[in-house]
Design a protein around this ligand. Structure first.
Ligand code: BGC
Length: 708
């Protein structure tokens, strides 16, 4: 048979086969229940599936499951948490409903050996939401690649006080910065997996987290502790996790005002509310009435108890249907009913992902001090470098609670320095335990790097940090080394602000490295030796003394949070911080000029445009974060002296100028009127401040909001 005839025959067979199969498939397709048809709108799929489910099947959607084999293997719930395999809800085989599979958390995927990014506090210091979106995207991908579909992040609780043990997991002290960075992360994650904004709300003490009642007035709640959660909802977050603590007398998982009135009814949140993990729910009826949709990690109150409550008429089936619809909606939205997309496990902690971890660290390490331009160091001018402090060779990637990540490797500062300087500079290491030894080594070197700070034992989930300063022995070490060698550079590691007054003036250079992730050592090397120009800015003010902070009470059963903390408190009281919110140095210098407002008066339905020029007036390329703060003149209520309302990170070559624009809508300037129970935009004068930190604001202007 000739080739042509053979081809023809094959073609004919295919043609007939298709003719028979097409009607067969269309018949099948028309039989496909609506909920299984991906071309149908999500709401139609939810509406179709719900009535097909029995009460038991519905309730199964609403709680986690710890399979006996897993529980037996782990032994206890605590061990199970450490085992850290995704936390599942039951699978429904009859109807083909896939389970939720949840994994932590804020600095990388907690199961397996995934990319360990710098902690969120470092990422907040980048003030770069585009970069944070990329971080989210990688974590979302790795979540799916390990077989999970919900990432229990971001943590967007506001840091009221730097001693809070979980500060490192979040994005700082300011609601706007928290909201922008958290939303960017959510957008990134949700390209692949569901994100979970946690912990809703007012969670910022560890030692008493399971029982403390956090009290605050409605205005403080709305203006300080909730705006970032609202921004996460507006960014489309799939789930919100209720906090462990009580808020104004109700456990957060039982808190109708928070979950139903504000989150669901007022903000229009369409996703589901999940409980936190340990002892977060205490009672079936209170939780379901308040609006908790999913109890994790097991159905203690939402299993048989909930079914009984429905059967006894104590809970309406509409409430159950609403909760189940929310969960199903997100399962459809994230394509869980369709055959899973290919997620290549080979990409987990791949070069592409770890390079991003390094880049983020490079943008988020903050240069606090650089007297006489001692940094960057030039390897050519160095013969001997002393590296001192046990953290220099400790893989210090942060807490070991639920945010623990087990990366395949960690580059410590010492490892990076030794590898990169090998052959050219002699590197001497000393742990610093013996002060005279450290001193001797410092004397022999041309420059010294001291790496000090905290580790997971000092601060983390379940335990607050006990001190605001460094450990006494670290302070002593810095003082002795600085005396022995004037070219002493201090690298700080930790999760939030540190008081460094007792030694700050003794050293010429200080870097805040937070917990810089698996590539942290490389990033630090690149900054110290000038391969990268630092551009990190503090997402929390560093105080000079404890009395510049609000009270931190992690003993009492009840605490009161007032309106004031961080830079808002320091501005109100006129305190001079050690390093202000938004502060960070660069190896180059910038100048802001030509501040222009589109109008001097705007109506409440108008938008104000603000433009400013920023120029790199130094010798090398670098990035500046242009920060916009707003003040209020003649307000009816006491307001912050100024508040962050916008920021842009701008990358500039030497001599280059760029124009930065902001848009302000009047609703961004509203305050919450407790009597009227709504947001109010006042017809007053607003002060505009532009600059490079909350205390370096060289450009000022003002505008008015007027009635029609
Ligand atoms: C933490 C959550 C975490 C959960 C699951 C809880 O103890 O508070 O943030 O997502 O455990 O690991």
């Amino acid at each position: 048979m000739s080739r042509e005839i053979k081809r023809d025959k094959i073609f004919q067979t295919k043609f007939w086969l298709l003719l028979v199969l097409i009607p067969f498939f269309s018949l099948m397709a028309s039989d496909l229940p609506v909920y299984k048809d991906p071309s149908q709108p999500i709401e139609a799929r939810v509406k179709d599936l719900l009535p097909r489910m029995t009460l038991e099947e519905k309730i199964d959607q609403m709680h986690g499951i710890i399979t006996p084999s897993r529980a037996i293997k782990a032994g206890t719930i605590e061990l199970l948490m450490i085992e850290r395999f995704p936390w599942d809800t039951p699978k429904n085989t009859r109807l083909g409903i896939p389970p939720l599979r949840c994994t932590d958390g804020p600095r990388g995927v907690g199961s397996g050996h995934c990319t360990c990014f710098p902690v969120a506090m470092l990422r907040a210091s980048t003030w770069n939401p585009e970069l944070e979106e990329k971080v989210g995207e990688v974590m979302g991908y790795e979540t799916r690649a390990i077989g999970a579909n919900v990432l229990l992040a971001p943590c967007i609780n506001l840091i009221r006080h730097p001693l809070w043990g979980r500060s490192q997991e979040t994005y700082g002290e300011d609601p706007y910065l928290l909201g922008v960075m958290g939303s960017a992360f959510i957008k990134g994650v949700q390209k692949y997996a569901m994100a979970c904004a946690k912990h809703f709300a007012g969670n910022s003490i560890e030692d008493t987290r399971f029982f403390v009642n956090v009290k605050m007035d409605e205005r403080t709640l709305r203006e300080i502790y909730l705006p970032h959660f609202k921004m996460a909802v507006d960014a489309g977050v799939a789930s919100v996790m209720s906090a462990y603590n009580d808020l104004n007398g109700y456990l957060c998982a039982h808190n109708k005002h928070l979950l139903r009135d504000i989150l669901k009814d007022e903000w229009g949140f369409k996703g589901f509310v999940v409980s936190d993990w340990v002892k977060a729910v205490e009672d079936t009826l209170s939780a379901i009435n308040a609006g908790l949709d999913l109890e994790m990690p097991a159905g203690v109150h939402y299993g048989k108890e909930l079914k009984k409550a429905v059967e006894q008429g104590k809970v309406s089936e509409e409430l159950i249907d609403d909760a189940v619809s929310r969960i199903l909606r997100e399962k459809f939205r994230f394509g869980l009913f369709e055959p899973p997309l290919e997620f290549d496990p080979g990409k987990i902690a791949s070069k592409e992902h770890t390079e991003l971890a390094r880049k983020v660290a490079e943008e988020g390490i903050v240069l606090l001090k650089n007297e006489g331009g001692i940094l960057p160091l030039n390897p050519k001018g160095l013969k001997t470098l002393a590296v001192i402090g046990k953290l220099a060779k400790y893989p210090n990637i942060g807490d070991r609670g639920s945010s623990l990540v087990n990366p395949p490797y960690v580059i410590t500062p010492l490892k990076a320095i030794k590898e990169k300087l090998s052959g050219s500079v002699k590197v001497l290491y000393n742990s610093g335990r013996d002060l005279s030894q450290a001193e001797n080594i410092a004397k022999k070197a041309d420059a010294v790097l001291v790496v000090v700070g905290y580790i997971w034992k000092d601060e983390g989930e379940g335990h607050d940090r006990k001190i605001l300063t460094l450990h006494k022995k670290d302070e002593e070490l810095i003082k002795r080394v600085a005396k022995a060698n004037p070219k002493t550079i201090v690298v700080l590691e930790g999760g939030s602000a540190i008081i460094i007054e007792s030694w700050k003036d003794l050293v010429p250079a200080i870097l805040m490295a937070w917990y810089p992730g698996m590539e942290g050592g490389n990033a630090l090397y690149n900054i110290i030796f000038g391969k990268v120009n630092p551009s990190g800015k503090l997402p929390i003010a560093f105080p000079k003394s404890p009395d510049q902070l609000p009270e931190f009470d992690n003993k009492s059963k009840e605490v009161v949070y007032d309106y004031w903390h961080g830079y808002r408190l320091m501005d109100k009281k006129g305190y001079e911080p050690a390093f202000p919110f938004g502060y960070g140095l660069s190896y180059t210098r910038f100048k802001l000029s030509d501040l222009k407002l589109s109008k001097r008066k705007i109506r409440k339905d108008e938008t104000l445009k603000i433009r400013v020029k920023v120029t790199n007036i130094g010798e090398r390329e670098g990035a500046e974060v242009v920060q916009l703060y707003l003040g209020y003149k003649g307000s009816r209520v006491e307001r912050a002296v100024k508040e962050l309302k916008g920021f842009k990170k701008v990358f500039l070559a030497p001599g280059e100028t760029k124009t930065v624009s902001f848009e302000l809508k009047p609703e961004q300037l509203a305050y919450f009127d407790v009597e009227k129970n709504r947001w109010v935009v006042e017809e007053i004068e607003y002060l505009v401040y532009l600059g490079s930190s909350s205390r370096e604001l060289p450009l000022k202007a003002s505008f008015k909001i007027v009635g029609k």
